[in-house]
Each structure stands twice: as C-alpha cells, then as structure tokens.
Design a protein around this ligand. Sequence first.
Ligand code: ZN
Length: 171
Amino acid sequence: MPKSLSFHAIISTMQPQRHAMIDFQQRRDQVGQKVLHELKKRRAPSDFVISLLPSVPLAEHICTDCAYVGIPDRKKKGKDLVEVMLWAVFALCAALYVVTRGLHLITHYHFPGEIVRLCSLFAKLFLAFSVVYTLWQSSTEYKACPKCGNTAIIPLDSPRGQKLLKEQQRG
Ligand SMILES: [Zn+2]
C-alpha cells in the first residue's frame, strides 16, 4: 500500500528530528537546573547587609516548646532565591541598557531610542524592586529554636525563662 508506505517514510524521516528535539529539551532542562543550582549557592544580598549591621551576640535562650537551651538561630523571612533572581534581572537589564545605548550611538541614532529607554526603565524598576526586597528581608530577622524551629524562644535570664528551666529540671 503506497499510502501506509509513505506514512512510514514520513515517520522514519521524522524520527531523527524527534530525537534531536528530546535531546535539546533534556539539555535545556539540565542547563536550567544547573543555573538554578548556581543561583541557590550564591549568598543572598541581604546576608551581606546583615553581616554589615552591628549585631550583638545572642544570649542563651530557652525554647517554650521543646525546652532546648542554647543560642537561637537567626532567621529571616522571604526567599533568598527570589532576592538573588531580582538582582540578576537588574544586572541583565543594566547590561542590555549599556549594549543598546552603545548600538544607538554607533549606528548614529538609527538603532531605535525607544528600546534604549525601555531597557533603562526596566533597569531602574528592577533596581528599586531589588533594593526594597533586600532591605525588607534584612529587616525581618527573627530568632528560632535550632532544634524544633519554634519562634517562641525566650531569653534564659528572663523570669519566664527561669521558671521554664526550673520546671524542666524538676520534670
Ligand atoms: Zn524547640
């Protein structure tokens, strides 16, 4: 049958393309995973901001939930990855602005100025977002129990802390 033959012929010619497509998708996913992994490894800008702020060493605390006694963990709200991504997008927009502005000048204003202005606008927008996010994130530092993650962790030398400690020693 010529009809099914031609169908098979089409399928067999498509096969290598399909493989190439799957290969491409797999490689793209791998690259995506790698980029995400690298981004996750970067220190969030707010970590750097916090390291610059004067911080008193934390005294011993007691956890009201699991009665853990020791130095609590410093935690902050928000996602570090989001923060790093925002700064990455800003860097990209800033780089695009520099490139398009260069093109605009080199081509004697034949390269559309609207694109240059758009890149400039996005760079400014993302700079604002990134700064706000970093400041917000570094302002949300809170203490948490390193053992159970409970945020109701109180200073050991407070009256309630002393009471809890005595209760725990008795129990
Ligand atoms: Zn705890």
